[in-house]
Design a protein around this ligand. Structure first.
Ligand SMILES: Nc1ncnc2c1ncn2[C@@H]1O[C@H](COP(=O)(O)OP(=O)(O)OP(=O)(O)O)[C@@H](O)[C@H]1O
Ligand SMILES: [Mg+2]
Length: 200
């Protein structure tokens, strides 16, 4: 029997997540150092002041050097926080070196909710977007919550506001992803060895 698109997506998630987790500590350190160089050279990063990043879990590419770089450059860094009332949505909170972090329901650290630290997503310049897999045309598969699809939908419809910049290991690339109507593709993705760009 043929697997449904949803079954295919779930088995791909499982496969790529386990490959990502299998990267050695040295491979992770090298990947994140290589990505920092691409990040520093990116025009999207150079022109951005308010940048959303993420804290790595599950073998994701470590963003700590990117965050340190943004702080050193005087750019404001924001992290995603699961919205307390609006199911499936994210809030973006300012992340300072002194921020208190708490684990959310997925075990991902996020800044402690304080309305004074919230920046509406449309006021961000750039959203560094985590992903599980991406394909040859910039389509993206996430962890399965739809959080980034919802966050990026207004940008995709209007091309106004925060633009996504995908961040991934090279091993997260696949030929073609099974796509659903709500999936938002990424115009740009940085990996340690490539700067991918698509006109979408
Ligand atoms: N813009 C949207 N509006 C309403 N529901 C959405 C939207 N985007 C995604 N969803 C819902 O979210 C669920 C998960 O979507 P999907 O499998 O694409 O997640 P994902 O892209 O892997 O996750 P994430 O974006 O959190 O990394 C789907 O069941 C879908 O119906
Ligand atoms: Mg999706």
């Amino acid at each position: 029997m043929q697997a449904t698109a949803s079954e295919q997506r779930n088995s791909l998630r499982k496969h790529i997540r386990s490959q990502r987790r299998a990267l050695t500590a040295q491979a992770q350190t090298d990947a994140s150092a290589a990505l920092l160089l691409r990040f520093q050279q990116s025009d999207a990063v150079k022109s951005a002041t308010h940048i959303a990043l993420y804290l790595a879990v599950d073998g994701e590419l470590d963003t700590a050097p990117l965050i340190e770089y943004c702080w050193a450059q005087g750019k404001s860094v924001y992290l995603p926080v699961i919205h307390p009332f609006s199911k499936g949505h994210l809030l973006f909170l300012r992340y300072h070196p002194q921020s208190t972090l708490v684990a959310n329901r997925y075990g991902i650290l996020e800044p402690k909710l304080d309305v004074r630290d919230v920046l509406p997503a449309e006021k961000l310049d750039l959203i560094c977007t985590p992903l599980v897999a991406f394909d040859q045309s910039g389509q993206r598969l996430g962890m399965g919550g739809g959080y980034y699809d919802r966050t990026l939908a207004p940008w995709y419809e209007t091309r106004q506001g925060a633009r996504p910049l995908g961040v991934a290991h090279d091993c997260q690339q696949v030929d073609a992803l099974p796509i659903e109507v709500w999936d938002v593709p990424l115009p740009e993705i940085l990996t340690p060895s490539m700067h991918w760009q698509w006109s979408i």
